[in-house]
Design a protein around this ligand. Structure first.
Ligand code: NAP
Ligand code: ZN
Length: 351
């Protein structure tokens, strides 16, 4: 198979910084879309993976799954996209296309799902390389349309932070008359707040950062609770219909389960590397439930982008050159991001 060279940033081990490199991309096949990457969001999953916090990282790894760019060429069988279109790619780039989940556009559950980075590349061998790069080639099934009215840099994070929060908020019927909590005001959390507010819910933000209070209200929260204050937490005991937990590190989820009303649900989307203890009695007492959610399928991702277009929702972003990526990771670890770093890929040209 013919290939071409693309510029990228990768890391070779859990404790080395990301640095400039060159990778091979396949020449587009008949079903492929070749995209010049303009912007790529920086998800905390990129950091977990680069530093092997979940285990199993294959090095060198090129992270990045909030990809937005311009179509530069399409294969002969591609009808949905043409050269010059804005297009986006999220966390998935391939799947078997034949299982019941793929048929329903819920590819995130396909047993043969290939994620955007670090998964077997069935075209070139080795593993897939993500969006910290100037170019990517992706099967048209995993390319999303980007509505024109959305600012491209601010829309990029919707491809992971957007769909990961949209999907469980929709599944659990978040809307008018519901009291909803969002735990952690980072990349996922701040988009979750905007979406839950747009769905008409009463939204309460839980943060460990008192300095984010005003921002939370601006983003659409009706109330903000500093979670380290046990008194404030206690006031809301047993009152929430739904809580979305986006925290990336160890924390006390029992404290949040206690805030659920009878039959309330807490959905974890945050993926801390270590297990989180749960008290049986917290769940049993109010017949509460704890569940998880993983990104969303292509159909729902397109639905989410169209919803964001209609409601003028994008991420609040801090645009960085790729040369600042290691610094950005350190700031992510300190919860010091307002509220998503997005790499301007034009900065890669000088490498
Ligand atoms: P992020 O921007 O770093 O936000 C995480 C937020 O969690 C921080 O801003 C902080 O909010 C809070 N936090 C951090 N450390 C904490 C601690 N020790 N105790 C309590 N709160 C803490 O990360 P992100 O990109 O939104 O990702 C969040 C998590 O979701 C990551 O684990 C990521 O891997 C995972 N994720 C899952 C999926 C999925 O499909 N399920 C998809 C994407 C990402 P405050 O300052 O407000 O406290
Ligand atoms: Zn992500």
């Amino acid at each position: 198979m013919n290939t071409y060279k693309a510029k990228a940033y990768s890391t070779a081990s859990a404790d080395s910084p990301l640095s400039s490199t060159t990778i091979q991309r396949r020449d587009p096949t008949e079903h492929d879309v070749q995209i010049e990457i303009l912007f790529c969001g920086v998800c905390h999953s990129d950091l977990h993976t680069a530093r092997n916090e979940w285990g199993g990282t294959v090095y060198p790894v090129v992270p990045g799954h909030e990809i937005l760019g311009r179509v530069v060429s399409v294969g002969s069988a591609v009808r949905k996209y043409k050269r010059g279109d804005l297009a986006a790619v999220g966390c998935m780039v391939d799947s078997d296309g034949t299982c019941k989940y793929c048929k329903a556009g819920r590819e995130q559950f396909c047993p043969n799902l290939i994620l955007t980075y670090g998964f077997p590349d069935r075209h070139l061998g080795g593993v897939t390389h993500g969006g910290y790069s100037d170019s990517i080639v992706v099967d048209q099934r995993f390319v999303l349309r980007v509505p024109d009215n959305l600012d491209p840099a601010a829309a990029a994070p919707l491809l992971c932070a957007g769909i990961t929060t949209y999907s469980p908020l929709r599944d659990w019927g978040v809307g008018a008359g519901k009291k909803v909590g969002v735990v952690g005001l980072g990349g996922l959390g701040h988009v979750g707040v905007k979406l839950a507010h747009a769905f008409g819910a009463h939204v309460v933000v839980f943060t460990t950062s008192p300095g984010k209070k005003d921002d939370a209200l601006q983003l659409g929260a009706d109330d903000v609770i500093v979670s380290r204050d046990a008194n404030q937490m206690q006031k809301h005991a047993g009152t929430f219909d739904f809580i979305l937990d986006t925290v990336s590190a160890e924390h006390d989820i029992d404290a949040y389960l206690n805030l659920l009303a009878v039959e309330g649900n807490l959905t974890l989307v945050g993926a801390p590397p270590k297990p989180l203890p749960v008290s049986a009695f917290t769940l049993i007492g109010g017949r509460r439930s704890l569940s998880g959610s993983n990104i969303g399928g292509t159909l729902e991702t397109q639905e989410m982008l169209d919803f964001c277009s209609a409601n003028d929702i994008t991420a609040d972003v801090e645009i960085i050159p790729i040369q600042k990526i290691n610094e950005a990771y350190e700031r992510l670890l300190k919860s010091d991001v307002k509220y998503r770093f997005v790499i301007d890929m034009a900065s890669l040209r000088s490498e």
